[in-house]
Design a protein around this ligand. Sequence first.
Ligand code: NDP
Ligand code: HSE
Length: 426
Amino acid sequence: MKKKILYIGLLGLGTVGEGVAELLLKRKNKIKNYEFVLKSIVVKHLHKKRNISFPSNLLTSDFRKVLKDEEINTIIEVIGGIRPAKEIIIEALERKKNVITANKMLLAEAGSQIFKKAQENNCYLGVRASNIASYRLIESLSSSPSEIKKLVGIFNGTCNYILTEMERRKKDFSFILKEAQRRGYTEKDPSNDIDGYDTAHKLAVLLGLTSGYFPPLHSFLIEGIRRISYEDILFTKELGYRIKLLAIARRDNDRLEIRVHPALISRNKAISRLEGVENGIEIQDEVGVEIGMQAPGAGKYPTATAILEDLISIAKGRKITPPSDKKEVNLKKIEEVVTRYYLRFEALDKPGVLSEISGILGKYNISIQAVLQKGEKKERGKESVPVIMLTHKAREKDIQKALGEIRELSVIKEEPLLIRVEEGIF
Ligand code: NDP
Ligand code: HSE
């Protein structure tokens, strides 16, 4: 039988698009005996300097040209964002083209709709690159007979890189963020990374692909790492923890708890040891089976490789298994979550301060496991010193009420910082 040739329209030639073009051109369009012809590349700025060389007639800034080209049977969308990526993907599927996308933001928002469109048009929809660190696990979870009981993951390469390098090189947040941008790890708008949204997009896509329920972003807690200082990294180290930006999902009888936030995790736990751009996921299913994996979470070649795997799947004639139809899900409210907390207060260094703070915590049944008071006012150039408290288990609703009162104390000089503690799985 004659092998089908994939004629490809590549939309986007940034970090990821460049990786895809480079790998395809380097392999002279042949991978594992399958033939892939890169026919067009769509960019926004036609005259921008590119880091790879390719025939100039491939380049266009008109995505409609690619959509109308009947020979192109596969498009790779690595533009990012919602517009025009969504209309491009929908139209490509309506024109019976296979689609590969790395766009977790779009999939989190419209994953069900896009999968439905792919199925109606009998097209392949490849989304491996949207969750590069966990897609192999997603594939096996999708066919697992058991439901996820608990999931803990590091899904953002940029944040893990920032937190690791802050500790390793004693540098501040903004210095390392600039480096992550230079390395091509960040989203176009890096606040998507550092404010937790990219992690939330990937968690929503993972849950959507494995359970059929794509949780809307407004329905769960999303916090980022902006407020974490080098001092927090030092204090948590002293207490035996690392800070990681985590995606957490946990089934509590008929309710699902979903949250994304920085968390203290014991330095003995496997997930706390993931460094740099490495991401990881740990899952415990309802019958107690525990699995995990780790892989690079961002960057040109890991992402381009995931896209090439989808190309090979298309060439092999693989069909998609769309996620099941959305089920109603009863989400647990964040106020009901019970966990331990790390609290940092910037407080005046004078007698009675600790008892004022602990008095309010006590009023809300929050007991303290450890207290640290560090630094001198003079050496920090501030009128306050940090007071760190690690609590025993408490209810989120109570801790928020207590913080509401503590922030009003005249001895408190900055907005208190709260970081939840997570036990992890392995
Ligand atoms: P970049 O910002 O580096 O590249 C975006 C590319 O899209 C650029 O080439 C740009 O053109 C082009 N583009 C933007 N708008 C348009 C438009 N309206 N019409 C045509 N072309 C357009 O993004 P990345 O490569 O980093 O990311 C791409 C996608 O991959 C995103 O969805 C991202 O979330 C995802 N992803 C990224 C990873 C990473 O490590 N970077 C990892 C996994 C997924 P021009 O060059 O002319 O400006
Ligand atoms: N900005 C993303 C990250 C890219 O840092 O993880 C990979 O999805």
